[in-house]
Design a protein around this ligand. Structure first.
Ligand code: ZN
Length: 371
């Protein structure tokens, strides 16, 4: 009976909630609706292979810090139920719906939760998770990200996460436990610690700069590329030719880059990993004209409206309506430029590096000029 109920909920999420919660039909934009109003968060489709390589090359403590800060900020900005603002039943229902929602945006399959409401303990069993099922780590999203979300939900920054079992380490499923740090220690675990959370405000400025606008150059949306079978969306997984994408609130790329600034060689590593992803994507695509490929695919991944041109000096890209957060001034979009450089290099068989970036918000949205 439990199975039947759950399959109805999954169906409900995929067929009813997801299409209304995720706005994927506008070229250049992927947005997650907040509540019943017209407010939404910008998202990007984040490739799992970039996450897997980050996990292989960065220290767990750095990955965990990025993930937890992101999870906290995402939970706050998507306005999830917090424990002090809901009844126990409302809180449990909201947690269950969030898990089923995450199942439908490529995070993991067969996510099942167990909650100790009084003890503030949340346990998740998952299969085919975004990153750790391949890397065996999971510090970035599966423990870090979920610890951040649960910390915000129970309004306790001391909540941390551990993963005693992981598919990527040979277990039959992943098991993540998030709970106050002292509880985890009592249970015999040795959790990492990160309690300094950051709030990126979703305020009037955020809404204005991230507003969905008609595009000048981009014609493809995530929905149109799913409809045309370029991307596959099946059992909650979004894939392109074996590369899996997770619909991830865009502040993730900001936290990633801003935290990696303080890690030795962090940004160089992010560049290399993003470049390699771009090259691999180009290889999967086969023969394509690089400017056209970028203008078709990257707007559908949520990165804004893109004009790419090749000229004597090399490649030049103008991007309008790039996802904005208040960290834009201090971010140079290394991941995005690395990916694009890799795609062009892969499709032309020449090493092309888009190392120059200019940013402006004077037009009422975040505009980038990259060459
Ligand atoms: Zn795992």
């Amino acid at each position: 009976m439990a199975d039947l109920k759950d399959s109805i909920i999954s169906w409900y999420i995929r067929m009813i909630v997801l299409p209304r919660r995720e706005l994927i039909g506008n070229p250049g934009f992927i947005c997650e609706k907040m509540g019943e109003g017209d407010a939404y968060l910008r998202e990007i489709a984040f490739p799992s292979s970039v996450g897997i390589q980050l996990e292989k090359k960065l220290r767990p403590v750095d990955l965990y810090r990025i993930g937890k800060k992101f999870g906290w900020s995402y939970a706050k900005n998507s306005d999830i139920f917090t424990i002090n603002k809901a009844s126990e039943q409302e809180f449990r229902n909201a947690a269950h719906l969030l898990i089923k929602y995450m199942e439908s945006i490529s995070f993991a399959q067969e996510m099942n939760e167990k909650m100790d409401y009084r003890g503030r303990i949340f346990e998740l069993k998952m299969k085919d998770t975004l990153i750790c099922s391949k890397s065996g780590g999971g510090y970035l999203m599966e423990t870090g990200g979920i610890a951040g979300i649960w910390a915000y939900a129970v309004q306790d920054p001391s909540v941390e996460g551990v993963q005693p079992r992981c598919q990527g380490r040979g277990d039959d499923e992943c098991e993540v436990i998030v709970a106050p740090r002292k509880t985890l220690i009592q249970k015999g675990y040795a959790p990492m610690q990160c309690e300094r959370m950051v709030n990126l405000d979703v305020d009037v400025r955020y809404r204005e700069l991230n507003k969905i606008r008609p595009t000048r150059w981009a014609a493809c949306s995530l929905r149109s590329l799913i409809d045309s079978k370029f991307f596959e969306y099946k059992h909650g997984l979004i894939t392109y030719n074996t590369e899996r994408f997770f619909l991830c609130e865009a502040s993730f790329m900001y936290f990633l880059e801003n935290e990696l600034k303080n890690v030795s060689d962090g940004l160089e590593l992010l560049w290399d990993i993003s470049f390699d992803f771009g090259k691999a994507l180009a290889k999967k695509a086969g023969r394509q004209e690089p400017c056209k490929f970028i203008m078709d695919v990257f707007p559908a991944l949520g990165f804004g409206d893109i004009l790419a041109v090749a000229n004597d000096a090399g490649y030049e890209l103008s991007v309008a309506n790039f996802p904005w957060t208040e960290l834009a001034d201090s971010t140079d979009f290394v991941m995005f430029r690395g990916m694009l450089s890799g795609v062009i290099s892969g499709l032309t068989n020449e090493r092309i590096e888009l190392r120059t970036i200019n940013k402006a918000v004077s037009a009422g949205y975040l505009a980038l000029h990259i060459s």
